[in-house]
Design a protein around this ligand. Structure first.
Ligand code: FES
Length: 159
C-alpha cells in the first residue's frame, strides 16, 4: 500500500482545469483537501482559468458550502430546511449563534466549533436536525444542543 502525498492547490487546479465548468470541481477539491478555500488559492485559480479574482471570490461567496477560513475542531451544521423549521429550528439557530458567539460560516475564537447552515440532512421527521462532524442528531432541543457542545468540547480536549 502506498501513502498518498496531499495534493497542492496547483496540483488540484492543474488536474481539473480542463474539465468543462472546472471552477466548482476545483473549489470542492480544494475544500476537501484543506477544509477551506485559502486566500492564496483564489489567485492561482483565477490565473489558471483566465478569470478575475473578483469572479472567483463571487462564486465562493455565492455558495454557502465554501469556507474561506480554517474550520474548528468540530463542524456544526444546523438544518434550515422547511421540515426542521416547522419543528423549531429557527429558535435553535438563534440559541446556537448566541451560545457559540458566532454567526454561520464562522469559527469560535477557541477554534473548537464552526457553525454552518445545511438544507436537509435526510432526518426530517426527527427535526430539528443537526450534524456535528459526521454524526446526525435529531430532536435537538436547546438543552440537547448544549449537552452536545459539552460532549464534543470534551472530545477536543482529549483528542
Ligand atoms: S428538513 Fe431538516 S433534516 Fe430534512
Amino acid at each position: 500500500m502506498t501513502i498518498q502525498e496531499p495534493l497542492s492547490i496547483t496540483d488540484i487546479v492543474d488536474g481539473l482545469k480542463h474539465k468543462p465548468g472546472a471552477l466548482l470541481p476545483i473549489l470542492h477539491a480544494i475544500q476537501e483537501q484543506f477544509g477551506f478555500i485559502p486566500e492564496s488559492a483564489v489567485g492561482i485559480i483565477a490565473k489558471s482559468l483566465k478569470q478575475t479574482k473578483a469572479e472567483i471570490d463571487g462564486v465562493i461567496s455565492f455558495y454557502h458550502h465554501f469556507r474561506t477560513s480554517q474550520p474548528g475542531n468540530h463542524t456544526i451544521e444546523l438544518c434550515r430546511a422547511e421540515a426542521c423549521q416547522s419543528l423549531g429550528s429557527r429558535s435553535l439557530e438563534a440559541h446556537a449563534k448566541t451560545k457559540l458567539g458566532i454567526d454561520f460560516h464562522h469559527t469560535t475564537s477557541d477554534r473548537k466549533f464552526s457553525l454552518d447552515a445545511v438544507y436537509c440532512l435526510g432526518n426530517c421527521a426527527n427535526g430539528p436536525s443537526v450534524r456535528i462532524n459526521d454524526d446526525i442528531h435529531g430532536r435537538t432541543t436547546v438543552d440537547k444542543f448544549d449537552r452536545l457542545l459539552e460532549e464534543y468540547s470534551a472530545k477536543s480536549v482529549s483528542a
